[in-house]
Design a protein around this ligand. Structure first.
Ligand code: TYD
Length: 205
């Protein structure tokens, strides 16, 4: 059985972890072995990097931030994701290189092509088989977050126009690679999103 690499993308508060958990249990029912991962923080080293990237106080230069995410990605792909795919597992990962293009490229206003190339270098050109984009108006995402957080991390704390650029960038990425992306409105019901995801994933099994 060949491995499958599925990533979930979307703004903060778009429901990625809920959908990832639902998809994981459905895939298990289909007899597949699942590896759940996330970036930043999918590995032990990644957990340390995550702490620095998201919770360190003070300014981090945009290029340093991009490199920290790329370092997390390089280690995660080399030590966890590639071995899982080689075993034939299904990898469900919360965020991947499209997050870097959207947040560091459009959000921090670095060159999106350079950010993408940096990520591809870090990951030795591994692209997902499917990327599920849960598209959400950034003001709705913010109010969802407000209900679940007492404190924001460095990225969540960015202003609305940052998150609006992130959203627009995600939609552009999806337009550019329609065969890799499945775009779903994150405001739909949890069950209708889950069933649209299952229908698409079923075609890849
Ligand atoms: P995430 O773990 O999804 O945060 P949460 O648990 O709050 O949903 O992601 C952490 C933050 O890191 C999120 O705001 C998006 C950001 N991010 C980037 O800016 N670039 C990247 O390459 C990745 C993977 C995440």
């Amino acid at each position: 059985m060949s491995g499958l690499f599925i990533t979930l993308e979307g703004g903060d508060g778009s429901g990625k972890s809920t959908q990832s958990a639902l998809l994981a249990s459905w895939l298990e029912e289909q007899g597949r072995t699942i590896v759940l991962s996330r970036e930043p923080g999918g590995t032990e080293l990644g957990v340390e990097l995550r702490e620095i990237i998201l919770h360190r106080r003070g300014y981090i230069a945009p290029r340093a931030e991009a490199l920290l995410y790329a370092a997390d990605r390089a280690h995660n792909i080399a030590t966890k994701i590639r071995p899982a795919l080689e075993r034939g597992d299904v990898v469900l990962q919360d965020r991947y290189l499209d997050s870097s293009v959207a947040y560091q490229g459009a959000g921090r206003v670095l060159d999106p092509t350079e950010v993408r190339n940096l990520s591809l270098w870090a990951a030795e050109d591994l692209l997902p088989d499917l990327t599920i984009l849960l598209d959400l108006d950034e003001t709705v995402g913010r109010s969802r977050l407000d209900q679940s957080r007492t404190q924001y991390d460095r990225l969540e704390a960015e202003k609305q126009d940052f998150h609006a650029r992130v959203r627009a960038s995600y939609l552009e990425l999806a337009d550019a690679e329609p065969e890799r992306f499945l775009v779903l409105p994150a405001a739909d019901s949890i069950e209708s999103i889950a069933s649209a995801i299952r229908a698409r994933v079923a075609t890849l099994l």
